[in-house]
Design a protein around this ligand. Structure first.
Ligand code: SPV
Ligand code: MG
Length: 545
């Protein structure tokens, strides 16, 4: 959106055009080059046809459509506050195309357009210029008149480019044309020359005097001292293609070096730091906007991972490290757990360590130590973590340090609104058959296709439930709404207050919460998680995918 406090770009451009000083326009061909030219101090930009088409990788022969050019201009206008003059080639057609072009340029805050007296499709003036056909004077004047009639903003400028010298005609033809264009309403004349000295443009300026501002493009007569242009009284000089030419040299050098050396070592210091790209893009503004518009960190969930136990059944594997650091598929269980949460966008994890705490050293997570791990169990570890962080502003996930799971389990817990949500595996019989300790749950209804859609609540939980009452096995992943965290803290404290509960497990907490009438939503899943209690489990985890 245009900042109403900033001056209109059309007015700025008109000021430059009529300023008594020689002013300069720098070529730009996309958003970032426009920004770079602005930061260098230029007061206006030239969106040149040569460079705009070249950056698309096509020829300066109207191969890029005018709407493709328009789209790029929009990026350029957004990237800077500078007035931009479009090199509008021949106006992309006749009077009708010019008036539509002018309307579209004004809609995109472009300050001026330059049109040249040739025919569509045009050819660059430096390619066989003397073979190029000029437009009929009257027909070209109709383009100028239609463009001027179309503009809504009185300050929008139409500069007309006289190609008489380029096409091999002399000064008289140039002057005749300039006179006609001036009479048709042109705001200034761009007099172009392909000579390596400024004789043609100086001769024109001398005769033209100050009938209207005169613009030059000294690409070919670059060695002329700028004071010569000043003294002659030119209005604007356009450095028409130099940013692109600079970029070509730099890009080629970089590409060739990387290809040759198969390494970045020698290019790193010769290229802009990535941070510089961010700055030019205005990345910091987006960060500020995110703070203003997006829910803040406080809304993001956090995780407590209970990882204090050794897992003695794993024998040698846990001689010097706890179960959570046993490796499966090349990394510790804990790293799998952290990855699953991170992949769901949850970055704040607190890991409760106990046995061989020093061996639990993953980066990027916080640690709380349960030094009494030998005499306590899951519930007391949870209490340590809750006590260490009184912040109840985010939802909480509780996870066992020896349970790995597919990320979708987290996503399915997040879908439900209840204060407590747990994932319950319907494939529980295997655990019963193998006689292993598991957190069984009894629910308001067993798993069925119908239960998939209904609100299944946990009625109780325990390791010793009667087989008839079991509907599933808790996977060890639980979600607690932030609003229910005070309730969770109270339930944990109530259980731990009884010294006989030092070894309480979390199924006891689930049972107590359910018994108190709290809704614990059970989300049925089948498989896709694994707890590691034995050597066979470690082997099975190797195939977990
Ligand atoms: C351009 O920059 O596209 C121009 C100037 O029109 S010139 O290439 O010299 O024709
Ligand atoms: Mg051009």
């Amino acid at each position: 959106m245009t900042d109403p406090s900033s001056p209109r770009r059309t007015a700025l451009f008109r000021e430059l055009l009529h300023s008594p000083e020689l002013e300069f326009l720098c070529e730009a061909h996309n958003g970032i080059s426009a920004k770079i030219a602005e930061e260098a101090g230029f007061k206006a930009l030239w969106a040149g046809g040569l460079c705009m088409s070249a950056q698309f990788g096509v020829r300066d022969s109207n191969e890029a459509s005018w709407t493709q050019v328009l789209e790029m201009l929009e990026f350029m206008a957004d990237a800077t506050r500078l007035p931009i003059m479009l090199d509008g080639d021949t106006g992309y057609g006749n009077f009708n195309n010019v008036r539509r072009l002018v309307r579209k340029l004004e809609q995109r805050s472009i300050a001026a357009v330059c049109i040249e007296d040739k025919l569509y499709p045009k050819t660059n003036s430096f390619i066989d210029g003397d073979k190029q056909e000029l437009a009929e004077i009257d027909e070209f004047c109709s383009r100028i008149k239609a463009g001027k009639d179309a503009q809504q903003d009185d300050d929008f400028a139409i500069i007309t480019r006289v190609e008489a010298f380029i096409a091999g005609w002399g000064l008289d033809e140039a002057l005749k044309r300039a006179e006609a264009y001036h009479a048709a309403g042109s705001d200034g004349i761009l007099i172009h020359s392909a000579l390596s000295h400024p004789a043609e443009v100086l001769a024109f300026k001398k005769e033209w005097a100050d009938r209207s501002p005169v613009v030059i493009v000294p690409t070919k007569y670059y060695s002329t001292p700028t004071d010569v242009f000043r003294e002659a009284g030119f209005s604007l000089a356009i450095w028409a293609n130099h940013l692109l030419r600079a970029a070509i040299v730099a890009m080629r050098d970089c590409a060739e070096t990387m290809h040759r050396e198969q390494s970045l070592i020698s290019v790193e210091d010769r290229v802009a730091p990535v941070k510089e790209i961010f700055r030019l893009q205005g990345a910091s503004e987006l960060q500020e906007a995110e703070e203003r518009y997006l829910p803040q960190q406080g809304d993001e969930a956090r995780v407590i991972v209970l990882a204090a136990s050794r897992g003695a059944a794993l024998g040698e594997l846990t001689a010097t490290r706890p179960k959570t650091m046993v490796e499966v598929q090349g990394k510790p269980l804990l790293a799998h757990i952290v990855s699953a949460y991170n992949a769901s966008g949850i970055k704040r994890l607190t890991v409760v360590r106990g046995y061989a705490a020093e061996a639990v050293d993953l980066q990027g997570v916080d640690y709380v130590d349960n030094d009494d791990y030998a005499n306590t169990s899951e519930l007391i570890s949870l209490q340590y973590a809750l006590d260490a962080d009184p912040d109840d502003s985010r939802d909480l996930y509780i996870s066992f340090g020896d349970v790995i799971f597919k990320r979708y389990i987290l996503d399915s817990l997040a879908e439900h609104e209840e204060d407590f949500v747990i994932a319950v595996d319907t494939d529980w019989r295997e655990s019963v058959n193998r006689g292993r300790a598991a957190d069984y749950v009894s629910c308001s209804e067993p798993y069925s296709r119908r239960a998939f859609n209904s609100r299944v609540l946990v009625q109780t939980a325990g390791e010793e439930l009667a087989e008839n009452d079991i509907h599933g096995e808790w996977t060890g992943v639980m979600r607690v709404r932030s609003s229910a965290l005070p309730l969770l803290r109270a339930a944990v404290s109530a259980i731990s207050a009884d010294p006989s509960n030092r070894k309480a497990k979390l199924h006891q907490l689930l049972a107590a919460l359910a018994a108190d009438g709290n809704d614990i939503r059970a989300v049925y899943t089948t498989g896709h998680w694994l707890d590691v209690d034995s050597i066979e489990d470690v082997v099975a985890a190797g195939n977990f995918s």
